[in-house]
Design a protein around this ligand. Structure first.
Ligand code: CIR
Length: 255
């Protein structure tokens, strides 16, 4: 696997926030935590591609949002937050080395954080960041490769992957307060612990899932379900309304 990441911007404290109150962010600590996150990806077998910092773009570390990558194609998003639309160009340049690159055009918007792929099924969050036109464009680009797209309502959270992520090809981790389980009736469901609101965002890497260290109760549920959990401390990223999927784009090296 290739893991595309982007270094933390000095301006991270000026990030977009939708559902969180602003709290002070220690950028030095954020960089150290991000480095540990990158190292964890390497230890799980990923080859790291680190894109350069975009100092003036506070949210650029959340590289997941700017592209949706399958084995066949990379689709550059048009992010829902206008402040983030400059982040994609250098990511597109990097992705061209691995995939043909397509682009979501106006008036479509989509954030990669709203796109959950499990096998050939793609779930797209009906969020403030991703509109019906963006969903339709992505559907049209991916249909020839055999992907089906399902739009999923979410509530009280930023992205679909704030509310649900894949544990493997047959199971998801889901926060029932933010998304109905009905869209995932074909999958086994592990629910997050009720005391850990933000715990549904885990990053599947091979047979492991990376998860923020701050969710021990959900980790216990996952381990009881036989899931191998790799905790990483991402406290400063969490203050910026990010978690673990958002800091990388994972793609198979040879499609
Ligand atoms: C934003 O609001 O766009 C950033 N502060 C956080 C983005 C997190 N992205 C993600 O989880 N995919």
């Amino acid at each position: 696997m290739i893991a595309i990441t982007r270094e933390v911007s000095t301006s991270l404290a000026h990030c977009e926030l939708s559902f969180l109150q602003r709290s002070p962010i220690d950028v030095t600590l954020a960089r150290a935590q991000h480095r540990a996150y990158q190292q964890a990806l390497e230890q799980l077998g990923c080859t790291l591609v680190a894109l350069p910092t975009l100092a003036e773009m506070p949210d650029a570390v959340f590289v997941e949002d700017v592209a949706i990558v399958t084995d066949e194609v990379a689709v550059m998003a048009r992010t829902g937050a206008v402040s983030r639309r400059g982040e994609g160009a250098s990511a597109a340049a990097a992705l061209r080395a691995y995939r043909p690159v397509r682009t979501i055009e106006a008036p479509g918007t989509i954030d990669g954080g709203d796109v959950l792929r499990i096998g050939r099924r793609i779930f797209i969050g009906d969020s403030a960041r991703t509109n019906a036109d963006g969903t339709a464009q992505l559907t049209a680009i991916l249909a020839p490769f055999g992907y089906t797209v399902e739009r999923v309502p979410i509530r009280e959270c930023l992205h679909l992957k704030s509310a649900v992520t894949a544990l493997d090809d047959t199971r998801v981790l889901l926060q029932p307060a933010w998304v109905d389980a009905s869209a995932f009736s074909d999958f086994g469901i592990v629910e997050t612990d009720p005391s850990e609101e933000h715990a549904a965002n885990v990053l599947r890497v091979g047979t492991h899932v990376m998860s923020p260290a701050s969710f021990p109760r959900t980790h216990a549920r996952l381990r009881a379900a036989g899931v191998s959990v790799v905790p990483v401390d991402v406290s400063e990223i969490q203050r910026a309304e990010g978690a673990v999927t958002c800091c990388s784009i994972l793609l198979r090296e040879t499609a």
